[in-house]
Design a protein around this ligand. Sequence first.
Ligand SMILES: [Zn+2]
Length: 297
Amino acid sequence: MDKTSDEQPGANPGDDESRRFLFEEADIRGETVRLMRAFRSITTIHQYAPGVRRMLGEILAAAVLLRSTLKFEGKLVLQARSGGQIPLLMAECNTAGDVRGIARGAATATATRFDQLLGDGQLAITIDPLKGRRYQGIVPLSGDSLAHSLDGYFAQSEQLGTRIWLASDGHRAGGLLLQQLPPQLARDAEQRARQWEHACTLAATVEPRELLELPARELAHRLYHQDSLRLFPGTPLRFHCSCSRERTRNALSALGSEEVQSLLQEMGVITMDCEFCNQQYRFAREDLQDILGPTLH
Ligand SMILES: [Zn+2]
């Protein structure tokens, strides 16, 4: 499997991108995302049931939207661990617009409802900057959706109002994020609160189908045709896995020489598959000399 999704003929511009917009008269920004080919590439690698695919689509869209809130280079990782039919659901997006994701242990999942698939669990939000410290926040998987759980995270971690809306039909994914900006245009607290409520009330009227189908400009117009908005150029998104031979080797190294030695004895050649992209890495004894240390006779 190719580690990167190829450009396919017939793809529409805007199908795989996130786009930022600003309210001209309120301190609020928005971000929209639509994932088509990038999502399809991921669901081609693994065969998931429809309900699992929808959850995966939503968490991928969420990772893209949360990544847009970062002010530095790096990646954003979402990990949902649950007692439901999906033990681990994970999505990543980096500043370059590379996305990847996986539902682990969900081969027998048949449910379609959020609480059956991801009930009784926790959502970890990890911000991993290229330079500097990682930050992780954890919130319960609550309510009836991933978006609801994330709204809980924003309420506890962000000083400024932040809300998210997500949708996926198992083939496509889409979403919308709104975030208050520090006071600049409106300093009066009541006016700020009114503007924020106005933006959120209109966003709440969005239909899942609209998040999946409407290009950013049309979606912004549909929701906010009475407000003046500034729409920024889109960030292209693609499926791309960050795994490499070097990283896989480092993971082996972390096991320690004894463990690697016994794996070699057992298997002859160590093969490791990347669970995100199915790329296989093979290591023979001679590839691992420095991990194994000097040979004892
Ligand atoms: Zn990979």
